[in-house]
Design a protein around this ligand. Structure first.
Ligand code: IMP
Length: 431
């Protein structure tokens, strides 16, 4: 009855969606515990591309229950349109297949307006957010003036809360950000309708998970974003507004730390980042372009081209420590085919000092110089490799080095976008 947490080890977009989809076959419950529709999980199923922003990727599997935990910030319009789109493509999402925590906070129209308004005001110093209102929603949660899913189910209470907060938000929007105010009636009516549609999905997720564990079910916690985007441990302030590390699966879903059995970290065979912020191994050259084109590195949420660079061992080690990783899944190894040399950053140099972890201040991270170890590349196409032995020896050497360097075993390798393009070395649910 194991519980497995899957987290990104880099700046998000590590290919978690595909790995979660694979592991979902072995799970009974799939749970989101943080983030919101800033995430985008791309899955290719039977040659068809699906992108999910809120609903756990496990939804594509028969007989699974998908849960959205209290730690997630939920844009009800996005959740409902995701339900509708799945329904249209022949995949009904009835209550019972999907549950939404009554304690999850709602992304309101003013959160989006504030997110966008602040970013444009910041100009060059912008964070490069996804513009989905994530940060402003978490701010209200922490400031104890957020609106939660359960509030929507009580029209009177919802109306009161909205009236009070909208007064303040409209003042800020107009006077500080120079934006249009929002109409109370419009927001109230629209959200009440959302509430009516969402009501049958609303539940106590902590209780559902407790019951599931007692029944010996397999539970999969699906992290969004990546360790370096964590609000505490990432490259602050160029981070998202939630804790993305594995420990937050507990607080964000309502389970205790003793109920987590395995933590799987997902790492791309190279590194990418969207938005602003330091990125020590970034390649602003033809190799970076090669990785972007071969890896299809364009954001699934915003369509922005991703910044690309070599694999950064320093942040991988940091991810191993911060998440307590039990195993690593290396994704997109196939994208490195065709390169004559592959580089791996094993430390940084800053003003003549060798660093083996990231400085806390971004001003320093911007100035570190990556110290690389060089590996020979390979020319073979990996898309049909299904066992470790099928990989060219140069690719195996690279993987072994990652294991030695991080001290974490590589248990899965992804060699293409489809469900079946994988090498499964050890099953996290049977570890
Ligand atoms: P926010 O989460 O929209 O506030 O954006 C904050 C930072 O996190 C920006 O640099 C975004 O590009 C980044 N970010 C947020 N979600 C994701 C994701 O799912 N993948 C990669 N980057 C993300």
């Amino acid at each position: 009855m194991p519980s497995v947490v899957v987290v990104g080890t880099q700046w998000g977009d590590e290919g978690k969606g595909k790995i979660v989809d694979l592991l979902a076959e072995r799970a009974d419950y799939i749970v989101r515990f943080q983030g919101g529709n800033n995430a985008g999980h791309t899955l290719v199923i039977n040659g068809r591309k699906h992108i999910l922003h809120l609903i756990p990727s496990g939804i594509f599997h028969e007989g699974k229950t998908c849960l959205i935990g209290n730690g997630v910030v939920v844009d009800p319009a996005v959740l409902l349109s995701e339900i509708d789109r799945l329904q249209e493509s022949g995949l009904p999402v009835p209550p019972g297949k999907l549950y939404l925590s009554e304690k999850a906070h709602l992304i309101m129209p003013y959160h989006k307006a504030i997110d966008l308004g602040r970013e444009s005001l910041r100009g060059k110093t912008r964070i490069g957010t996804t513009g989905r209102g994530i940060g402003p929603c978490y701010e209200d949660k922490i400031a104890r003036r957020g609106i939660r899913v359960s509030d929507l189910l009580d029209p009177e209470l919802f109306g009161q809360k909205l009236k009070e907060i909208l007064e303040e938000k409209n003042f800020y929007l107009q006077k500080y950000l120079g934006r249009d105010p929002l109409s109370y009636e419009e927001v109230y009516e629209t959200y009440l309708r959302y509430g009516e549609r969402l009501a049958p999905y609303v539940a106590n997720i902590s209780e559902i998970l407790d019951q599931a564990r007692r029944e010996g079910k397999n539970i999969l916690f699906e992290g969004a974003q990546g360790t370096q985007l964590d609000i505490d441990h990432g490259t602050y302030p160029f981070v998202t507004s939630s804790n993305t590390v594995a420990g937050n699966a507990c607080a964000g879903a309502g389970v205790g730390p003793t109920s987590i059995d395995y933590v799987l970290g997902i790492a791309k065979a190279y590194t990418t980042r969207v938005g602003e912020g330091p990125f020590p191994t970034e390649l602003r050259d033809a190799t970076g372009d090669h990785l972007r084109e071969c890896g299809g590195e364009y954001g699934s949420t915003t369509g922005r081209p991703r910044r690309c660079g070599w694999l950064d061992g320093v942040i991988l080690r940091e991810a191993a420590r911060l998440n307590g990783l039990s195993g690593l899944a290396i994704t997109k190894l196939d994208v490195l085919s065709g390169l004559t040399e592959i580089r791996f950053c094993e430390a940084y140099e800053l003003e003549g000092r060798r660093l083996s972890s990231l400085p806390a201040r971004v001003s320093e991270i911007y100035r570190v110089k990556p110290l690389y170890r060089s590996f020979r590349g390979w020319q073979e196409d990996l898309s049909n490799c299904r066992r470790l032995e099928d990989l060219p020896s140069a690719a195996r050497e690279y993987l072994h080095f990652i294991e030695d360097y991080t001290g974490v075993p590589v248990v899965m390798v992804s060699t293409g976008p489809s469900r079946d393009q994988n090498i499964l070395i050890r099953d996290p649910f049977r570890a």
